[in-house]
Design a protein around this ligand. Sequence first.
Ligand code: GLV
Ligand code: GLV
Length: 330
Amino acid sequence: AVQKVLVARAAFPDIVDRLRAHFEVQDNPDDEVWSPEGLRNALQGKVGLVATGSERIDEALLAANPQLKAVCNMAVGYNNIDVAACTARGIVVTNTPDVLTETTADFGFALMMAAARRIAESEHYLRAGKWTKWRYDMFVGPDVHGATLGILGMGRIGQAIARRGAHGFGMKVIYHNRSRLPETTEARCGARYVDKATLLREADHLVIVVPYSPSSHHAIGAVELAQMKRTATLTNIARGGVVDDAALAQALRDGLIAAAGLDVFEGEPQVHPHLLTVPNVVLTPHIASASVATRRAMANLAVDNLIAALGCGPDAGRPPTPVNPEVLKR
Ligand code: GLV
Ligand code: GLV
């Protein structure tokens, strides 16, 4: 019998169609957002799932769907998935690294620049009809070029941001990461390893790119914000929960740091109400990878992963970007 798969959320129809050559596909062109029960029911009888960061893939879902063999996330992050539970059940988990690195780094840099140079704040001012005269100190902010760029989390995206800062903007780049990078990689990114306290103390612009996990929960909270320069900016393109949003809103209000740029939030798509009322923060709805080419590449990679993980296509049994490759060896 033909294998059945679920595409959890709306995706490029022509890319979803690639799955139809191999599987019976249930998709979601109306982009209904599933409740846990709804997802559990939709998954009945399906051996494969294309998910986004919005679906929680937990033990309860897996227990109700023991036939499931592959979960293919259309995201580089996979904190929505209980990978250990999947591995224990022999379920392949895949993500979409590499294809989104440069696009996401572009956006992180843009958000950092927007926060520093107060682009959103001044745009709102203009649209509100408040621009009646020019003034020498209108919306002055810190410089980006030549400043110290601090990066927390030096994976592929962190390195791509470092290269932009070091080679494009003449920035001094420092980073902190769980493990230090090889010297050749540091040299390529123009970045120097420092401890977390030094990163917080010296960064003029701090960009957060560390994956979410229990150990990175609230890596930036009230204590860390108090260690930063009062003129510094903070940009989070990693995950909600890495930054304590309530503490950040308070720090912005109190002037502990100058400005922030946030693409990710605790409890998305809800945004902490205090962030919505602080002027010196740029807020975007989790769109750092949203270039046309990259979103298509992510969808194609998720589809390639599912086809291969379910034993079809030219790479049968060898999905290109597994998160738990140990499952494939069994
Ligand atoms: C988006 O946040 C991703 O993880 O790809
Ligand atoms: C994380 O996986 C990254 O690509 O930075």
